[in-house]
Design a protein around this ligand. Structure first.
Ligand code: AMP
Ligand code: MN
Ligand code: MN
Ligand code: MN
Length: 299
């Protein structure tokens, strides 16, 4: 039995080699379990190809699991990430939508490499490709690893300060799914849509308010309050936003790699008190290892 209390050590956001993480779904399940995670989700970018492996590994370890995904969205000409949790990852409309969302990544990557070549970094497409676990999903993270490998930057953070972001060499804008599509696919697959790492988008308060309003109107229900890239102040800002918009609160490390990620799986601060965690609403979607059920705590 799993008690879905607010203090549960839930880690509901991470990436495997199926998108831009460096580790397998099985490695992640073991690490989550070893670090005391009590409810785990794999949320690869625009891909559900790792879910069966993650679910099997979690079951073997006795670790309750939610199927997840992180969908790339273009909203107000910026990229926003929407996490879906508790999805039926075999749902055809979701699979087709994700396939279309992934489309064009290779062309984008070739253009990124062309731009990098112009600033004296040749061979970046081939170099990035050596880090790619899934040929459908060449991402900026793979380029970042290559730029660190060749010594162009000291670490991943420096890459995203000097390259690959708006106004810098190697940035190629891309049109992802719409917010309506992403929320719709997640809901139609029985899951909950959640705004990922909201502090990272650089929106004005007005834009942010518009994003949250549209998201709620479309049927989105959650926001990531605790995640590796949020400062204590940002946690407080999105604590408030969750209450103002009546959203469930999520908690996830956004772990990509042991060498790169700021926070290891499960080693996150707790959700602030007074919020309703997403897992209180997702008990019926949790895959329990022994077929037992997840129950809501009365405390
Ligand atoms: P893409 O989907 O190809 O645009 O790549 C986006 C990925 O790049 C994100 O999911 C992160 O893993 C990574 N990323 C973006 N910005 C940063 C940053 N400032 N520091 C580290 N990783 C970043
Ligand atoms: Mn990523
Ligand atoms: Mn993200
Ligand atoms: Mn992520």
């Amino acid at each position: 039995m799993l008690t879905l209390s607010p203090s549960l050590n839930a880690d509901l956001h991470c990436h495997s080699v199926v998108s831009d993480g460096t580790q397998t779904p099985e490695w992640l399940a073991e690490r989550a379990h070893a670090n005391g995670v009590q409810l785990w989700a794999l949320t690869d970018h625009d891909e559900v190809g790792g879910i069966d492996r993650a679910a099997a590994a979690a079951a073997a370890l006795g670790l309750p699991f939610l199927a997840g995904v992180e969908i790339s969205v273009t909203w107000a000409d910026k990229t926003v990430h929407i996490v879906g949790l508790g999805i039926d990852h075999t749902q055809p409309a979701l699979i087709e939508g994700l396939r279309r969302t992934r489309g064009g990544r290779e062309e984008r990557a070739r253009e990124m490499a062309r731009q990098l070549e112009q600033v004296g970094i040749p061979g970046a497409f081939e170099g990035a490709l050596r880090y790619v676990g899934n040929p459908d999903l060449i991402s900026r993270s793979h380029f970042a690893r290559y730029l660190v490998e060749i010594g162009a930057c000291a670490d991943i953070g420096e890459v995203f300060r000097r390259f690959l972001t708006e106004g810098k060499p190697g940035f190629v804008p891309h049109r992802w799914a719409t917010l309506e599509q992403a929320v719709g696919w997640i809901r139609d697959a029985g899951g909950m849509a959640i705004i990922a790492h909201p502090a990272r988008y650089g929106f004005t308060p007005q834009q942010e308010h518009a994003l949250f309003s549209s998201f709620c109107q479309l049927g989105g229900q959650g926001v990531e309050v605790v995640t590796c890239s949020h400062t204590a102040e940002e946690v407080e800002v999105y604590h408030r936003m969750a209450l103002d918009f009546g959203l469930y609160a999520s908690r996830g490390s956004d772990f990509h790699s042991p060498g790169e990620s700021r926070l290891d799986l499960g080693l996150l601060p707790p959700l602030p008190s007074g919020l309703t965690p997403v897992w209180e609403h997702l008990g019926h979607r949790v895959r329990m290892p022994d077929g037992a059920s997840a129950t809501l705590s009365s405390t």
